[in-house]
Design a protein around this ligand. Structure first.
Ligand code: PEP
Ligand code: MG
Length: 755
């Protein structure tokens, strides 16, 4: 029987009703291939679906022998069908047998067919299967027919994504889209988390595939495209984009894509074939992804992300979808999956349900990682391709012990993790037992172990972890979670609560460290070519006394009648410290005049993060009540190695001679001048590097609360005097027979020190 459904839009109309009918999955698939065959005058139409084991299985056919359905399989790369799956490109042949990749499957009876057209079934650039039509004659399929078949392949992609085809084949067959994936990355924050994927920038899911009237859809597309083009042009004209540099390159690429005629034409063609405007954008986006993902050039691959962003913008414009992650509507515990992310963005999520963070980019001292650590969330970074493989709502496990992410884990893996979590809970219980033990090394040296904090919710950790105090209170975190600039009264109340909750434990407040990648959503952002070296931290505070003065005032009032410890971030010259001293002095005088009670004792410290201070150590130690080494920033500036750039962040080790010698010179000067020297960067939180710090001479370090237990376990087993001797002579030596890292691991292993 011939169905009168000629033409791609008629076919799509027909498929729409097939998709809507309450049919058995196999019947629906059979109907679809039959209708496609009829529409393009083909004697054969077959759908091969990619299974998790990498085989393409014949799921439905019109024209080939029915008994070969769910029997015939081809490997990816094998035969014409396998070649299409491997390349994600269509194959259009008038004499299929002459193609070098042709492989004959006798059970299908396909030897009598000459003409062959196959297209990949794509979703977000991933190949999910192959759709093929064949004819006996040596015909050549037209461009329009190729286009039409690609368009109909989208319907099949949708069908596969719904999970409807799962279970149609023999038992134990899993489709590739639901294939469990295990990926290795770099652990950035400890812990194990189980939950469901939330894509930080969710792919917009197109639910309306088919159009009602072509002209209306074309108009919708043109309107949306114009809006996107205009918004990019406005960005350029607003002057907020620097005249050159990477940022501008990205926008240039955006603009180029947005005005690209080929892109536009292909989307319009897809609409003419019967797709809705959004489905047309998605189809062309998916084709582009498939093509570009196979390009080895890293620059072009990066442009692919720009292109993707642009297509997503267009989709959101068409569908009016917001990017608000809270819209994801995903039940249960959440694990965020993102290419990259700012610290403030992480705080947009409901932390009660957050169990992990997976990033394609990011390095151990990226601020988003520090915030995640403060929230106690495990993080794994540098996992390429996770975003493309994950779907919102997929089950996922983040294991920072091993640096492994399991996407769509099989049940036995989930069960194994339940056991592992139990084991960890046991280990935590052991750390908890250390909580009340004095933190003294094996050879009797007392060490002050403090925690870093930044939000009120961190405070309970003070008791739970057994930390002596808060060595670094990052005041900017509260500013980052607020939707508007916290008013002075609110700040005062918050700081008072922190001091109240901390009780006898000392708290060192760091004044605002914003700028760089710590962006306040409600303050105008200024594009800077090198934000880490830019207008941030104390520089910004000094230039904007309207920010610094209320903060100082709030701290002074909150600490009325008790001790106040304050420190300044990113100081480059001692004169900056002096300026703040002047501001504090004036504030104290004014508040006293108004009759406000002031702190009983005020200590003003300085963070040592900028190498220039190394050459002003005498002046610095004379001016500051204490110094706290911010090793995250100091290391990035000493090594000229961006802490947030994964390509270089792991390249050099802080446990190396140059950096440890720098730290030692600071400690020496501290001893000489009687100035306390602390350290509050991330290296304080890893048992092995913390051990090195103690061997160097540090006696007060500050770390994430979760690190206190493991670091204390190390301390209790450590003979500091012995390590000090070994480390100091290694640092003094000019030969490099063993690296410092080897020395440390060897020392720890020989003495049974846990790390
Ligand atoms: C540092 O730079 O080491 C530091 C503690 O400050 P932050 O990580 O907040 O920049
Ligand atoms: Mg810093």
């Amino acid at each position: 029987m011939r169905l009168d459904i000629k033409g791609p839009s008629a076919l799509l109309r027909r498929l729409r009703s097939v998709m809507a009918e309450p049919l058995e999955p196999q019947t629906r698939l059979d109907t679809i291939v039959r209708d496609i065959a009829a529409s393009v005058d083909a004697e054969v139409c077959s759908a091969y679906i990619l299974r998790a084991d990498g085989l393409l299985e014949l799921y439905a056919t019109q024209g080939l022998k029915p008994e070969s359905v769910h029997v015939s399989v081809l490997r990816v790369g094998q035969g014409l069908v396998g070649t299409i799956a491997a390349s994600a490109r269509p194959l259009n042949l008038s004499e299929a047998q002459k193609h070098p990749a042709f492989a004959y499957l006798p059970e299908t009876g396909e030897e009598i067919y000459n003409a062959f057209l196959g297209v990949p079934i794509l979703r977000a650039g991933r190949v999910l299967g192959v759709l093929v039509v064949q004819n006996k004659t040596n015909r050549v399929y037209t461009e329009a027919e190729v286009e039409a078949l690609e368009t109909t392949a989208m319907v099949l992609a949708e069908l596969i994504a719904t999970g409807e085809l799962e279970g149609l084949s023999s038992k134990d067959v899993t489709l590739d889209l639901s294939r469990p994936l295990q990926l290795n990355g770099i652990p950035l924050s400890d812990g194990i988390g189980l939950g469901y994927v939330i894509l930080h920038q969710p792919r917009v899911v197109v639910t309306n595939l088919f159009n009602e009237t072509v002209d209306d859809e074309l108009q919708r597309l043109r309107d949306a495209l114009l809006k996107v083009q205009v918004s990019i042009d406005v960005l350029f004209k607003s002057g907020s984009v620097a005249s050159e540099g990477e940022h501008r390159d990205v926008l240039e690429a955006y603009r180029m894509f947005a005005h690209d005629r080929g892109w536009n034409r292909r989307m319009e063609e897809a609409i003419r074939a019967g797709l809705s405007a959004e489905a047309a954008v998605e189809k062309v986006q998916s084709d582009n992804r498939a093509r570009m993902m196979r390009i080895p050039d890293p620059y072009l691959r990066e442009r692919l992300n720009d292109f993707d962003d642009l297509a997503n913008r267009l989709l959101r414009e068409l569908m009016g979808t917001s990017l608000d992650p809270k819209d994801a509507g995903i039940e249960g515990d959440h694990i965020i999956v993102a290419r990259s992310m700012g610290a403030a963005e992480l705080l947009d999520y409901n932390s009660d349900r957050l169990r992990g963070l997976v990033l394609e980019e990011a390095a151990p001292t990226s601020h988003v990682v520090i915030v995640a650590r403060a929230l106690g969330i495990p993080v794994i970074g540098q996992l390429s391709d996770i975003v493309d493989n994950a779907e919102n709502g997929n089950a996922i496990i983040v294991d920072s012990d091993e640096g492994i992410v399991s996407l769509r884990p099989p049940l036995d893996v989930e069960a194994a993790y339940a056991g592992k979590i139990k084991f960890r809970a046991g280990r935590q219980a052991q750390y908890a037992k250390l909580r009340d033990k004095p933190s003294i090394s094996k050879d009797g040296v007392p060490v002050s172990l403090n925690m870093n904090a930044g939000l009120l919710m961190d405070l309970p950790q003070l008791e739970q972890s057994g930390a002596e105090g808060i060595g670094l209170y990052r005041t900017e975190l509260q500013f980052m979670v607020s939707s508007s600039l916290p008013r002075p009264g609110e700040q005062e109340e918050l700081y008072r609560k922190v001091l109240d909750d901390a009780g006898d434990h000392p708290v060192t407040f760091r004044t605002l460290d914003i700028g760089g990648d710590k962006v306040l959503p409600y303050l105008k952002t200024i594009h800077e070519e090198n934000p880490a070296l830019g207008w941030r931290a104390i520089r910004l505070s000094l230039d904007r006394p309207a920010l610094l003065r209320p903060q100082v005032r709030a701290l002074l009032k909150a600490a009325a009648g008790r001790r106040l410890r304050m420190m300044l971030p990113l100081v480059s010259e001692v004169s900056e410290l002096e300026q703040v001293k002047g501001l504090i002095k004036r504030e104290v005088e004014m508040q006293t005049r108004f009759g406000h009670e002031m702190p009983t004792c005020l200590e003003l410290g300085c963070m040592l993060e900028v190498p220039s201070l190394l050459y002003q150590l005498d002046e610095l130690m004379a001016a500051a009540d204490f110094v706290s080494v911010g090793s995250n920033d100091l290391f990035q500036f000493i090594m000229a190695s961006d802490r947030g750039n994964p390509r270089v962040a792991g390249r050099f080790s802080p446990m190396s001679k140059p950096f440890l010698r720098v730290l030692k010179s600071i400690l020496d000067k501290g001893i000489q001048t009687g100035t306390p020297v602390h350290l509050c960067g991330e290296i304080a939180g890893r048992p092995l590097s913390a051990m090195a710090l103690l061997g160097l001479g540090f006696r007060s370090i500050s770390m994430s609360s979760a690190a206190i237990g493991p670091v204390k376990a190390m301390l209790l087993e450590l003979d500091i005097g012995e390590l000090e001797n070994a480390l100091h002579s290694a640092l003094a030596a000019t030969s490099d027979d063993t690296t410092i890292m080897e020395l440390l691991t060897d020392f720890a292993d020989r003495h049974g020190i846990p790390y």
